[in-house]
Design a protein around this ligand. Structure first.
Ligand SMILES: [Zn+2]
Ligand SMILES: [Zn+2]
Length: 360
């Protein structure tokens, strides 16, 4: 209470040094003796001193031989605010500086404001220390791809939706950024455009690959992927992961594609182009690939998805595999695999799978 009455303020700077502000003058510790502290004005050769006992002033200063430190203190305060914002916000550093300077104009422009602005260091003279603060917020740039360790908020959008959709591999690392909604647009598109850019890509990656498609009559970039190289394998695994496409080769060596629970087989191959058609007879849905990158995705199946048939096939394959590899009695293997279906939860799909599963 005494301190508030007397306009005395204790301040501790980031190095842990204490000072006292009294009437706009700053004092530093001269000597400490038990509970008594003797403070002197921070201006050299000023005779003003202040004594405290148990942090309560016992002697107040008089007779400063200079103007108050108000302007310097205000300048320090502004610089501290800027540094704090650099540590805590992602606003560009020069913008923070400008915003804090503009704030000075707000209440009213007077001689003191004028003097503060004149004493405020320029942005250029402080940029080093500002960016130093910013580096405490933003982790240092990784030197290799496996040093990258993204956590929130860098993996989500500003509204908290998942944005880092895929993060695969170490040395051959691929990182893909998109949203559920963008993927929905992408899968609905008849034509997907892909393009790699090298100049805007960080050194640790080879390129930034983007997928574009028409949405309501305009082309938008929908998926961004950081790629470690340019091989087709990379393009393919990237595109397929994004588009819920899975390549399957059966035991006879025939390839098929599973997309959203529908199965496709090769219709024709022409050089680097492959046309796939739905395995359901008379269904018009098809997929086109060029250089192992999907260039057209299917729409308009005229039937239910193949999910149940695919699941049944998978169960039969599992049973056959176990028959080859185990000595468990064959009927027991069949039973065990059927019982597994009950485990997660019984729903309409499970019901349908069991109904479609051939008897032993
Ligand atoms: Zn003084
Ligand atoms: Zn179909």
């Amino acid at each position: 209470m005494a301190n508030a009455q007397l306009d005395i303020q204790f301040v501790t700077n980031r190095l842990g040094n204490q000072s006292i502000i009294h009437n706009g003058y700053q004092f530093r510790v001269k000597t400490r003796r038990d509970e008594r502290v003797y403070w002197i004005c921070t201006t050299r050769n000023c005779p003003a001193t202040l004594d405290t006992r148990n942090n309560i002033p016992t002697k107040l200063p008089n007779g400063h031989n200079h103007d108050s430190h108000k302007v310097k203190l205000k300048v320090d305060e502004i610089l501290q605010t800027i540094k704090k914002r650099c540590r805590e916000e992602t606003t560009p550093v020069p913008t923070i500086y400008e915003q804090e300077v503009i704030k000075l104009r707000n209440p009213e422009w007077n001689d003191e404001t004028q003097e503060i602005v004149e004493n405020l260091p320029t942005f250029e003279s402080c940029r080093g220390s500002f960016y130093n603060e910013r580096s405490k917020l933003i982790p240092a740039l990784p030197k290799t791809r496996n040093e990258i360790n993204l956590a929130e908020p860098w993996t989500v959008t500003t509204v908290g939706e998942q944005f880092l959709m895929a993060d695969d591999g170490l040395h051959d690392r691929i990182m893909m950024f998109t949203t559920r909604q963008n993927l929905t647009h992408l899968t609905a598109a008849d034509i997907i455009y892909g393009d790699g850019t090298f100049y805007t890509c960080r050194d640790v990656f080879f390129q930034l690959y983007t997928f574009h498609a028409f949405v309501d009559g305009a082309i938008y970039p929908l998926v961004y992927a950081l790629l470690p190289g340019k091989s087709q394998i990379i393009y393919t695994s990237m595109a397929n992961a994004q588009l819920d496409i899975q390549f399957v080769t059966n035991r006879l060596g025939n390839q098929s594609i599973i997309h959203n629970g529908y199965q496709f087989r090769v219709k024709t191959r022409r050089d680097e182009r492959v046309y796939w058609i739905c395995t359901t007879r008379n269904c018009p849905a098809n997929i086109k690939y060029c250089n192992n990158i999907p260039t057209k995705l299917p729409n308009g199946h005229n039937h239910d998805s193949h999910k149940v048939k695919l699941k049944v096939d998978e169960i039969l394959q599992t049973i056959k595999k176990r028959c080859r590899e185990e000595t468990t009695p064959v009927p027991t293997i069949y039973e065990q695999e059927v019982i597994k279906l009950r485990n997660p939860e019984w729903n309409d799909e499970t019901q349908e799978i069991v109904e479609n599963l051939p008897t032993f």
